[in-house]
Write a protein that binds this ligand. Structure first.
Ligand code: NAG
Ligand code: NAG
Ligand code: NAG
Ligand code: NAG
Ligand code: NAG
Ligand code: NAG
Length: 506
């Protein structure tokens, strides 16, 4: 057994940092950050060694050849959030090393093309282009792995020059007046693994774009407004259901969604029958309430669903219908995080859930009380909730026959009981109880086969001498407590990592 004392540990880290710093200065590459300082022009007198230049968030309206031609080492140029209206790609003709150009969030309406560019990353998204800014010359950018674009009008023909490239990710931002003169098949020629479409924020749009022609494996759609019963929502739902035809599609993400509970569940119902495996909804504003809804769980290929960051007081009404729909999902992995969810009910029959992440909600220790329907659950996170009594949480785990990893960190857990009040699942291998209000009594009841135990930042003043033997324990973190003595090792015969910094050990 080795004991890592904190100060030795810190010395190690400092040593590594010094090594990294020397390596960087050996390459004599220069990174210059002049972002957000009110520049109106590209600064003169930049070092000729500049490799990375960040002049984003300024007030620059022009980029001329004389601004940057001397920077022959320039590899990365970040000029997002400025006011540039025209771009002549020829200004980069002397920057032969340039491979990363970010001009997103400017006012670009036009670009002039030039053959000598070979970018890996080119971001022209969030600009004022009417038609797609794709030059014929882009077809020669064989290394391109990210392309950010914006346009108010999509035409299939303008994508032709890059149709033969394999671009890992394409971001396509549709401007406000998008929707009038669309070519519904436009997406067909974007040859990309991952396609992110951003719809206009301000205008209610007609969903004419046919996403089913896309060959992307991963599709993200942003700015979705779907009110109950409105036309846009029904267009959106039918566009979604057409994704049935995309045999390559495996990941679907919806972000910045404004909808009602009813339409939210309609979206889920639609997605349930698509041939996708991973579905995420991020940043959702929900209105209304949810009455009884039948949900058809049959014929799904979904493996994982994530619901992240739901805003407004949407969980502020009788919620049993929502819990019922969520808890009966027939998938392996389910995440609901950053919502104000108060509770979750036990699945009504044996559930296939293996991974549940319910971090950052308002759950109490009544969750999954007496729930025998989670026999497959291996990993469960309840980080950042309102858990209080550890005895209730233990009792919950007792029913979870496969549970190996449990994260209870950042709650208000305490433990009063002794051995007769001790119910941990025997399968538990890793238990994170950091940032709670536990005292030394917690050592009287720990999962018998535990290997990794995190008790950092609690109120442990001493570890009882007569604690149960934890023969499998490999890692114990008791940093940030008020221990006066180092723990005796007799009870922990397999321990290889012990973290005890920030205690009162003299
Ligand atoms: C450039 O500067 C902006 C604003 O300070 C910052 O948000 C961004 O992360 C920087 N980009 C890089 C690549 O360092
Ligand atoms: C940016 O520059 C323009 C003139 O080119 C000026 O009118 C405007 O006030 C400047 N904006 C900021 C935020 O400095
Ligand atoms: C692409 O590169 C080839 C050879 O490197 C060149 O002949 C051709 O003109 C280039 N095409 C464009 C559109 O720049
Ligand atoms: C793109 O990928 C396809 C198959 O994945 C391959 O046939 C084609 O040659 C690739 N094209 C380029 C330009 O790398
Ligand atoms: C799909 O999502 C899964 C899980 O988040 C991820 O591991 C995988 O890399 C994603 N695939 C693509 C093509 O983005
Ligand atoms: C326990 O959770 C905290 C965050 O809540 C995390 O920083 C820490 O790394 C986790 N400990 C282990 C052993 O995974």
């Amino acid at each position: 057994m080795t004991r890592r004392h904190s100060s030795i540990f810190h010395l190690g880290i400092i040593y590594v940092l010094i090594l990294i710093k020397i390596q960087f200065s050996n390459e004599s590459e220069l990174m210059i950050d002049m972002s957000n300082i009110g520049l109106t022009h590209v600064p003169r007198d930049l070092s000729l060694k500049t490799a990375t230049l960040n002049i984003s968030h300024n007030n620059i309206s022009q980029l001329q050849i004389s601004d940057i031609s001397s920077l022959s080492k320039l590899r990365i140029l970040i000029m997002s959030h400025n006011r540039i209206q025209c771009l002549d790609i020829g200004v980069f003709k002397f920057n032969t090393e340039l491979e990363y150009l970010d001009l997103s969030h400017n006012k670009l309406e036009k670009i002039s093309c030039h053959p000598t560019v070979n970018f890996k990353h080119l971001d022209l998204s969030f600009n004022a282009f009417e038609v797609l800014p794709i030059c014929k010359e882009f077809g020669n950018m064989s290394q391109l792995n990210f392309l950010g674009l914006s346009a108010t009008r999509l035409q299939k023909s303008s994508i032709q020059p890059i149709a033969h490239l394999n671009i890992s990710k394409i971001l396509l931002v549709l401007g406000d007046s998008y929707g009038d003169k669309e070519d519904p098949q436009s997406l067909q020629d974007f040859n990309t693994e991952s396609l992110h479409l951003v719809f206009p924020m301000t205008k209610k749009f007609h969903f004419v774009l046919d996403m089913s022609v896309s060959t992307a494996v991963s599709l993200e759609l942003s700015n979705i407004k779907c009110g109950f019963g409105d036309k846009e929502c029904s267009y959106f739902l039918s566009a979604l259901s057409k994704l049935q035809q995309n045999s390559r599609l495996s990941n679907l993400t919806l972000s910045h969604v404004e909808t009602t509970w009813d339409s939210f569940i309609s979206i889920f119902q639609c997605v349930w029958h698509l041939p996708i495996e991973y579905f995420s909804v991020i940043d959702v504003k929900l209105q209304g309430q949810l009455g009884f809804r039948y949900f058809d769980y049959s014929y799904t290929s979904l493996k994982a669903v994530s619901i992240l960051q739901v805003v407004s007081d949407v969980f502020n009404f009788p919620q049993s219908n929502i819990y019922r729909i969520f808890s009966n999902m027939n998938i392996r992995s389910f995440t609901v995080s950053g919502t104000r969810m108060l509770h979750m009910v036990c699945p009504s029959q044996t559930s296939p859930f293996q991974y549940l992440d319910f971090s950052n909600n308002l759950l109490t220790d009544m969750i999954f009380n007496n729930c025998g329907n989670l026999p497959e659950l291996k990993t469960f996170s309840l980080q950042m909730n309102q858990l209080k009594e550890l005895a209730n949480v233990m009792r919950m785990t007792q029913e979870m026959k496969s549970l190996q990893r449990l994260d209870l960190s950042h709650n208000s857990l305490r433990y009063g009981g002794g051995e007769d009040n001790c119910f941990w699942a025997a399968s538990l291998l890793s238990l994170n109880m950091s940032s709670n209000i536990l005292t030394g009594s917690v050592f009287r009841c720990l999962p018998p086969n535990i290997q990794v135990l995190d008790l950092r930042n609690n109120r442990i003043a001493s570890i009882p001498k007569d604690v149960a033997r934890l023969e499998a324990l490999q890692e114990l973190n008791v940093a940030f407590n008020s221990l006066a003595d180092l723990p005796a090792c007799g009870a922990f015969s397999s321990l290889s990592v012990l973290i005890v910094d920030h205690n009162s050990v003299s």
